[in-house]
Each structure stands twice: as C-alpha cells, then as structure tokens.
Design a protein around this ligand. Structure first.
Ligand code: BG6
Length: 302
C-alpha cells in the first residue's frame, strides 16, 4: 500500500477519536489520542514527533525549526537509528544513524487497547534502496502505544541468510525546563565513551548533569534512567529493554547554532537519553533470530 496516500490510510486504518492521518508539511503523520494523551508519529522514519499526556507539558522536544520534508529526519521526537548508530563504520557517504529514520514505513495495524490507549504498528522491509546501503534482508516492526505512558517497540527479524551486526538507538529527545538544572539518574558507576574527548573511556561517578556539550555512549547499562526536572517540576523515566547502552547528548551552544534546524536556545530545553546498542555493545543477530528494543516514557511528580 502507498504510505503517502492519506485518504486511503484514513479509510483503512483511521479510528474515530483515536487515530487520524494528516499532512504535516511534506510528511504524512498519524495523529494519535489514547487515554487522554496525544502523540504524533511521522510515517517517514516511524518517527514519534510529539507526546503529551493530558494536563502535562510536552514530554518530547521538537525543534520549531525542524524540516518536515521527505529525506530529512525532523529535529526532535524519537528518530529510529538503525541498522547503525552514528556515522557508517566504513563508508562516510552513507547516512548518519542508518536509513530507517528517513525511509517511508507502512502502516500495518491500528487498534484501541484496554484503558483507551491507542496503538499504531508500522513496518519496514528491505528493498532496492536499503540493500544499496546495507546488503541484507530484514523485517522491522515498530509499535507505538499512546496513553498516560508512551511505549515504543522496535522488532527486528533477521530474514537474511547471514548473521548481521547492528548498532541502534531510539534517539529520544526529552523536553526539559532548563537542562543545566536537570539531574540524570541511572548511570552511576558505568563506563562511557566520551565523544567530545576523542572517545576517551571514562567512568561516571554520581548522577549526570549537563553544563556544556555532552555526547557520551554509556556502556553495559540495562537499567532505566530518570531525568529529574525541577523547573517543570517532574521527572521523566526512560525504561528500556533490549538495550545495553545509553547515549546522552546535548549539543550545547556552538554545535546547536551550526545545525540550521535547531532552535537558537533549544539546547537549553532538551536532553537526549537514548536507549541504544552502540560501540562495544553492538549486537549480532543470527539468521531467523529476532531482536526487540523497547522503551517506555513515564512521568512522575513530587
Ligand atoms: C547523537 C550522537 O546520538 O546524535 C551525536 O551521539 C549526534 O554525535 C547527534 O551529533 C545528532 O545526530 P544527527 O544526525 O541527528 O544530527
């Protein structure tokens, strides 16, 4: 089915009061409403753009300068970085963070679940374009469930004859009141690769705080992270499964200014806490095997 035909998507997959397909700039998006929460998901890249439970501030950062254009991942939300994270290991001409975030995904299922939560399932399979960048067969499913919590699950089935090596992240841009005042718990004692210090290997002592450019791959981390935000007066918990690394990223002023799609002061209102399998935590997936990466975002007050 043509993923860019909004009318036929609405006829086949729209659910009154819960899921409707609409245009956002040049991209087709699913507007979801479940148990009082709202979310927007671009079919390009399967990228969740927005998530906001009722009575709350937005949970995800989305730059007001984002491009909603075919072939570009909007700056914010949850881009899906797959089958590699960062630059391609040997070919710099291939897209940063893999191709999944800029490919058109198809809608395979929509549903209203128990408690009125809304569910959208998307799929992406190898084709001529993906095989030019990465010569393997694959099947990906991405399930987004919207309610008081946001749940996303990326399922990779290796349909190739070869064992493949994957690095990935669900590149979650969290919206915060003032990043310098936030405290990120859950990484104490972990080793990390410091990308702003030539990938030097360091150890985290205590919680993570941000007061300058931060780009780190925490290794061997399987527990949830909690971002305490005293300015908005809430904590965002990033629960995960199927992830052994956590990337923490804030570009700070100079890098943010160099990105034409970043709000001028946006770096003060965001931090990425990405559930990943990266660097030493790259995964191999045998023929016929599956890998599931799940993330759940929830809010706590007080
Ligand atoms: C982070 C990386 O995950 O993504 C950073 O660790 C990178 O190095 C950032 O700059 C943003 O990447 P992009 O391709 O979306 O600009």
């Amino acid at each position: 089915m043509d993923v860019y035909d909004g009318q036929s998507l609405n006829q086949r997959f729209g659910i009154d009061g819960h899921i409707a397909f609409a245009q956002r700039g040049g991209l087709l998006v699913a507007e979801m409403r479940g148990a009082g929460a709202v979310a927007t998901v671009a079919l390009q890249g399967g990228q969740v753009l927005e998530f906001q439970p009722s009575g709350e501030e937005p949970v995800l950062f989305l730059s007001s300068r984002s491009h909603f254009e075919i072939g570009k991942a909007p700056r914010g939300g949850i881009p899906i970085c797959w089958p590699w994270f960062g630059p391609h290991p040997s070919d710099p001409s291939l897209p940063q963070h893999g191709f999944a975030r800029i490919m058109p995904w198809s809608v395979v299922e929509t549903r209203v679940l128990e408690g009125g939560r809304a569910m959208l399932r998307l799929a992406l399979h190898d084709d001529e374009t993906t095989r030019q960048a990465w010569p393997y067969a694959f099947s990906l499913e991405y399930t987004v469930t919207v309610g008081p919590e946001l749940e996303v699950e990326l399922l990779h089935r290796n349909t190739d004859q070869a064992t493949v090596t994957i690095t990935n992240t669900l590149h979650t841009y969290l919206s915060v009141g003032a990043v310098e005042r936030c405290v990120i718990h859950g990484l104490d004692g972990c080793d990390y690769l410091d990308k702003v210090d030539a990938f030097a290997r360091k150890t985290q002592h205590g919680p993570v705080t941000i007061s300058g450019e931060t780009d780190r791959i925490y290794l061997g981390t399987t527990t949830p992270c909690v971002v305490e935000d005293p300015v908005i007066g809430r904590s965002i918990s990033v629960w995960k499964e199927g992830s052994r690394s956590t990337v923490v990223w804030n570009p700070w002023i100079e890098k943010a200014q160099a990105m034409e799609d970043f709000d001028p002061l946006g770096y003060l209102r965001m931090v990425c806490v990405e559930s990943a399998n990266a660097a030493d935590d790259a995964m191999t997936v045998a023929p016929g095997a599956e890998h599931r990466l799940r993330v759940r975002l929830s809010l706590q007050h007080g």
